[in-house]
Ligand binder design. Structure first.
Ligand SMILES: C[S@@+](CC[C@H](N)C(=O)[O-])C[C@H]1O[C@@H](n2cnc3c(N)ncnc32)[C@H](O)[C@@H]1O
Length: 195
């Protein structure tokens, strides 16, 4: 992990945030604890050998930019907000991060499906799987940090999607967890597909 570059990234988020609302005002003094460390929790769950990934709805770069800097995995960050996408491009340039930014909606993004897809605070799981499925390679894995509603989201998603799902406790927050989801198939179809 490259802590110096991650600290540099947190400082960039703090600098740009008052102008373009990257994180809430209350989170400004806690970017490292609430956003960088939270993103780093995913590192332990990334399958060995992954070299390419896609982060959906990246916002200020959590978790995608943090994971790219920490692991060297090449990340495509998809973010529809033009000002946030501009921030992500500039941060990647300054940090020399292995990141490309697509300033578009996830539903319209043209990607080569990746073996790893991440997303934090984007949508409930049933909707999230529909957004992720077109960008996930065969036998790929999704990592989604979730809050206390994870079990309810899983139950709702299982009505629409067949999947393999594991749930890992967060070491930072007793109510949070990480969902590791793979083999996503829309109920009623035999292959991976958006509903
Ligand atoms: C609540 S923020 C979360 C940002 C970041 N992942 C985080 O955890 O801090 C959701 C982000 O997803 C972006 N977003 C929402 N729907 C999107 C879509 N359909 N395509 C691309 N970006 C989207 C929004 O612009 C916003 O920046």
């Amino acid at each position: 992990m490259n802590e110096e570059r991650l600290r540099q990234f947190a400082a960039l988020v703090a600098k740009w945030s008052p102008r373009i609302n990257l994180v809430s005002k209350g989170d400004l003094p806690h970017i490292w604890e609430r956003h960088v460390r939270d993103s780093l929790e995913l590192v332990a769950h990334i399958p060995a050998g992954v070299t390419r990934a896609i982060d959906l709805g990246s916002g200020a770069g959590f978790p995608g930019m943090v994971l790219a800097v920490a692991t060297g995995i090449e990340f495509t960050l998809i973010e529809s907000d033009t000002r946030k996408a501009a921030f992500l491009m500039e941060a990647a340039r300054i940090l020399g991060a292995p990141v490309r930014v697509l300033n578009t909606r996830i539903e319209a993004a043209k990607t080569v499906p990746a073996p790893l897809v991440t997303a934090r605070a984007l949508a409930p799981l049933d909707k999230l799987l529909g957004l992720a499925a077109p960008h996930l390679a065969e036998n790929g894995v999704c990592l989604f940090p979730k809050g206390r509603g994870a079990e309810v989201e899983l139950t709702a998603a299982r009505a629409v999607w067949h999947m393999e799902a594991e749930r890992f406790a967060s070491s930072l927050d007793a109510e949070a967890c990480i969902l590791k989801v793979s083999q996503i198939r829309h109920v009623g179809t035999s292959k991976a597909a958006a509903p």
